[in-house]
Design a protein around this ligand. Structure first.
Ligand code: TYD
Length: 134
């Protein structure tokens, strides 16, 4: 089974300002079908408490910082994202939650699928059942 991992992106440091980029299949292991972003998150709010059956994703903190808690049904791992030159790859089948958003943080999410509500597992017990842990 694929595992969540931090992937470092190319970074062109320049006195005029730095530049990073992502190419599908080269820096991330999937074709990008959708891009969305989360912004204007009020302090203390939590987003994304769910899993996906098929969707893989790659999350970058384009601005500010936040934590992503990734759970395989047995072990929870917390990844802190706070630079725009790396991101977190999350394979399908992990419960994930985003929290501790700093003021003015922006999370960009690259997704391997178009939006499909049927791909969500929104109930944690259903998620555990899908992992056959209960
Ligand atoms: P959702 O993924 O449930 O947000 P979170 O889990 O981070 O709280 O999405 C919130 C709403 O936005 C939900 O009603 C579906 C809608 N949505 C789309 O229509 N298209 C998208 O690409 C995404 C990510 C969400």
């Amino acid at each position: 089974m694929k595992k969540p991992e931090i992937i470092n992106l190319p970074k062109f440091e320049d006195p005029r300002g730095n530049l990073s980029f992502i190419e599908e299949f080269k820096h991330i292991p999937f074709k990008i079908e959708r891009v969305y972003w989360i912004y204007d998150v009020p302090g203390g709010q939590v987003r994304g408490g769910h899993a996906f059956k098929k969707q893989q994703e790659f999350i970058v903190a384009l601005s500010g910082s936040f934590d992503v808690v990734v759970d395989d049904g047995t072990i929870k791992q917390t990844f802190s994202l706070n630079r725009s030159y790396y991101g977190l790859y999350i394979p399908a089948g992990y419960w994930r939650q985003m929290q501790n958003f700093s003021t003015n943080s922006v999370a960009i999410v690259l997704s391997s699928t178009e939006f499909d509500e049927n791909d969500y597992i929104r109930d944690y017990l259903d998620f555990l059942k899908s992992k056959k842990n209960v």
